[in-house]
Design a protein around this ligand. Structure first.
Ligand SMILES: Cc1cc2nc3c(=O)[nH]c(=O)nc-3n(C[C@H](O)[C@H](O)[C@H](O)COP(=O)(O)O)c2cc1C
Length: 162
């Protein structure tokens, strides 16, 4: 019996998640995309994984760069999440209207106002169907004092969690 991918996608939409923006710097440009497949993997060493569509522009950019950032979004970043998931948006300048700063360790863009921001160095890349599992070693953790509710993705929509 085969499973319909769209049915599977809707089913997994019931697995509520946080929403992040993954960033990297390659070819003299910032690359950024909305991603919710983030999972913590290991504490010793400190590892996390992101499942990245092989067709996404961010995929080749992160393979080239080897360093990347994860910004965990707050409720007020909903428009940012929508923008950075929009197919066909211009690559250059996609962060121009999004306040951000540079991570001290890797230099990648990290979004201002993120609930948590992480800097990673690629530890391993595993092919997995039409995605790659990009495993990162976390080389810096930023947890600003922040009380804004989290942006959450559930059933294909954005919501929030205090
Ligand atoms: C809530 C949400 C979560 C997403 N999570 C991922 C993800 O984990 N991995 C991924 O490859 N694409 C994910 N996407 C899709 C990408 O954001 C989208 O395909 C993006 O446009 C890819 O960048 P590109 O257009 O520069 O290739 C997600 C989209 C949304 C709306």
């Amino acid at each position: 019996m085969t499973v319909d991918p769209q049915h599977y996608r809707r089913a997994m939409g019931r697995f509520a998640s946080g929403v992040t923006v993954a960033t990297t710097f390659a070819g003299r440009h910032d690359h950024a995309m909305t991603a919710n497949s983030l999972t913590s993997v290991s504490l010793e060493p400190v590892l996390l994984v992101l499942s990245v569509e092989q067709d996404a522009r961010w995929h080749d950019a992160v393979l080239e760069s080897g360093v990347w950032g994860i910004s965990v979004l707050a409720r007020s970043a909903r428009a940012t999440a929508e923008w950075l998931a929009t197919p066909g948006r211009p690559l250059h300048g996609q962060l121009d209207r999004i306040p951000h700063h540079r991570g001290a360790v890797t230099g990648v863009a990290l979004l201002d106002g993120a609930l948590t921001a992480l800097e990673c160095r690629t530890h391993a890349v595993h092919a997995a169907g039409d995605h790659s599992l990009v495993v990162g070693e976390v080389v810096a953790v930023h947890t600003p004092e922040e009380t804004e509710p989290a942006l959450v993705h559930f059933r294909g929509r954005y919501t929030e969690l205090p």
